[in-house]
Design a protein around this ligand. Structure first.
Ligand code: PLP
Length: 392
């Protein structure tokens, strides 16, 4: 049996060394604490769960859903965009619900990429854009991001040949892994660049509602004319602690939304209807939980930053996302070595920045989704380590 090249070409598991270290430590009886994974620890709010429970009693919800979601759920999404971003969407032409935004992101290159076409992706970045492009037969060209630019791409430095072959420019602000944000002025420049080069923008707004200090992340669709070129992926996962329920959406350019819907119709049968009912309860219902969760993340963020600074890492408080992105102390070169040493000497797991691309080397990512008691224990250990004390 010879597996297809698309499977053989999947990137090697970059955490392999870290995973092995974790396994060794656990085997030696160490209580390992992972600050690596971006998956909210807090439960889905009760009124949203109640809507799911009620929806399971309705026999119509036991049957196949439609790939493009119920009309009511699409309207809910359009209302959500109006309420949160002041963006008016046609629920029947400019909205498609997704089985988690990752599903739509992974399928989207099938809409635009022919063999040899290019996706422009940022380095560092969320790995799905690259793999999804490869699955569609395309190639990726990486745009390196730099701290001094606030981790925004230098659009004017995208090579002309890459721009000429490009079909998609992937953007993701608030950003995973860097926690960087983009303002509307940046999105305006990106839309102008995309129009000038005949490239579609796929904007990943997974962290639309995870923000701090009063900051409100914008939608790229707030830019005039953005919907001529842009599709935006959004999700209930991080906003409502709903990663386990798998529900997201793509909105924006009607032709792209239609193409993605047609791809999906041939691959899946949509989101279970009871979960669509649940998602409507989230979008249409009270939003206090979002502020409450963000207040918890803010406290975790500030405690984490204080300890990272004791460790000699350089870090600015992120205004959004679930991540603290910290620069290694002077003289430390390898994020994997640094992360390995932390596991070995403290039992605390952080993600090496190079896992998200070469330009992430020299940084580590810490997720704020660890329960408070565990996070406090991890931070106590790191503080002891910083003082040169023996930890485990
Ligand atoms: C979490 C995350 C997603 C995926 O979210 P789902 O809607 O749960 O699939 C997409 N993009 C980024 C950058 C993420 O961090």
């Amino acid at each position: 049996m010879e597996l297809a090249q698309r499977v053989q070409q999947l990137p090697p598991y970059l955490f392999a060394r870290i995973s092995q270290l974790i396994a060794e430590k656990r085997a030696a009886g160490v209580d390992v604490i992972s600050l690596g994974i971006g998956d909210p620890d807090l439960p889905t709010p009760p009124h949203i769960l109640d809507a799911l429970k009620a929806a399971t009693d309705i026999p119509a919800n036991h049957r196949y859903p439609e790939s493009d979601g119920t009309p009511e759920f699409r309207r809910s999404i359009a209302n959500w965009y109006q309420k949160r971003h002041g963006v008016t969407l046609d629920p029947d032409r400019e909205v498609v619900p997704l089985i988690g935004s990752k599903e739509g992101i992974a399928h989207f290159p099938l809409c635009l990429i022919n063999p040899g076409d290019v996706s422009l992706i940022t380095d560092p970045g969320y790995p799905v854009y690259e793999v999804a492009t490869m699955f569609a037969g395309g190639e990726t060209v990486k745009i390196p991001l730099h701290e001094e630019d606030g981790w925004l791409p230098r659009l004017e430095e995208i090579p002309a040949d890459a721009a000429a072959r490009a079909k998609i420019l992937w953007l993701n602000y608030p950003n995973n892994p860097t926690g960087a944000i983009a303002d509307l002025a940046f999105f305006e420049r990106a839309v102008a660049w995309a129009k000038a080069h005949g490239v579609a923008i796929a904007h990943d707004l997974a962290y639309a509602d995870v923000a701090y200090d009063g900051y409100e992340p914008p939608s790229i669709l707030q830019v005039d004319g953005a919907r001529d070129v842009a599709i935006e992926f959004n999700s209930l996962s991080k906003a409502f602690n709903m990663t386990g329920w798998r529900v997201g959406m793509a909105v924006g350019n009607a032709e792209l939304v239609n193409a993605l819907t047609r791809v999906k119709t041939n691959m899946d049968s949509g989101i279970p209807q009871a979960i669509q009912a649940m998602a409507m309860a989230a979008l249409d219902g009270p939003l206090d939980a979002i502020d409450e969760h963000n207040a918890i993340y803010t406290r975790r963020r500030d405690r984490t930053i204080a300890v990272l600074r004791e460790l000699g890492l350089r870090v600015e408080p992120p205004k959004a996302s679930l991540y603290v992105w910290a620069r290694l102390p002077e003289g430390e070169r390898s994020s994997a070595d640094f992360a390995g040493r932390l596991i070995d000497q403290t039992g605390v797991v952080v993600t090496p920045g190079m896992s998200y691309g070469q330009a992430g080397e020299g940084y580590i990512r810490i997720s704020l989704t660890t329960p408070d008691d565990r996070l406090n224990e991890a931070l106590d250990r790191l503080a002891k380590f910083a003082r040169g004390e023996r930890v485990i």
